[in-house]
Write a protein that binds this ligand. Structure first.
Ligand code: GLY
Length: 316
């Protein structure tokens, strides 16, 4: 009998010991929310959207309510959702008044002639489509606006640019055999206003194709974009690699080609899961075919080249 599958992540980065439990618990709750949808017959798109909404509401993560502030002390959010059956996707970037960017991305996909809408135009579209906008202050769950420091110099600091964030994502296979992926992020801490990373870019932060697999990426967007991480992982599965091998190989490429840090979760069309990262932690959860939920903050086994260097760089 076919069983649905869902995997979620809460970001590849260094999770402080005191925050580990909350990060793992949030992923568990998100995976179970998506799983219940799948069991009740909902499609993979519904499941990944529902799972990511849970993570967007949780201030533990750099998405929705817990997002990092940019250099002007603002939250600017990016998200994408993609349907593996049709290859259709919807994405938004740099939105400041949207509580659930993943749901706006879904609305863009379902109700808009365009695929990717950004900034004030995306917020106007949200209102046009009946979505209530929120107060930007409602999104500042991780750090209060009062802690914001004055703008930094105009140069992008290397250390900030290289620091992985804790973007969230979900991939799912539904009872009908369709795949979907969703990714949502607040981007990197202290980012330049208007900066957009890999997360909302089709093929970079997310990709899903029923014929090959689905993948969601996390980590340093400036690196992940360069190797089109999620599409690369899906292409590796299309070429015959297992889900775990595809996850390992794409992380190896991220390190070998661009010295990038990050993580990826993947599912193949049969529902086999792969998961890899070269950062100290990747909070994740998935539901096994028997309905048991597995959650943690370390992939096992971790075979990704570059991880040792990643540890040394990120732990400082
Ligand atoms: N991976 C999230 C970002 O770089 O924005």
């Amino acid at each position: 009998m076919r069983r649905p599958v869902i995997v979620v992540h809460g970001g590849a980065w260094h999770i402080a010991k005191a925050e580990l439990e909350a990060n793992i618990a949030g992923c568990r709750a998100a995976a179970l929310t998506g799983w219940e949808r799948l069991l009740s017959g909902a499609g993979a798109l519904d499941a990944v959207e529902a799972a990511v909404r849970v993570l967007e509401d949780d201030p533990s993560y750099d998405a929705g309510r817990g997002s990092y502030l940019n250099r002007l002390g603002q939250v600017q959010l990016d998200a994408i959702v993609m349907d593996g059956q049709t290859l259709d996707f919807g994405a938004v970037a740099a939105v400041e008044r949207v509580r659930h960017p993943i749901s706006l991305a879904r609305l863009v996909m379902a109700q808009c002639a365009h695929s990717f809408v950004v900034g004030p135009g995306a917020e106007a579209l949200a209102e046009h489509l009946g979505m209530e906008l929120c107060d930007p202050a409602d999104l500042m769950g991780k750090q209060d606006a009062g802690s914001w420091a004055p703008p930094l110099p105009t140069e992008v600091s290397d250390t900030v640019a290289a620091r992985p964030g804790d973007t969230v994502g979900a991939v799912a296979l539904d009872l009908a055999g369709h795949l979907a992926v969703a990714t949502s992020t607040g981007g990197t801490p202290d980012k330049w206003p208007g900066r957009v990373g890999d997360s909302p870019l089709v093929g970079c932060g997310a990709y899903a194709d029923d014929a090959a697999g689905a993948a969601a990426a996390t980590g340093s967007g400036e690196s992940l974009m360069r190797i089109v991480t999620s599409k690369t992982a899906v292409d590796l599965m299309a070429a015959g690699h297992s889900a775990q091998a595809a996850a390992d190989l794409v992380l190896a490429r991220l390190w070998d080609r661009v010295r990038g840090y990050g993580g990826v979760i993947v599912i193949d069309p049969a529902g086999t899961i792969g998961l890899a990262h070269n950062t100290p932690n990747l909070a994740y959860a998935y539901v096994t075919r028997g309905g048991g939920v597995v959650a943690g903050a370390e992939a096992s086994p971790i075979s990704t080249p570059g991880r040792a260097a990643g540890l040394a760089a990120v732990m400082v």
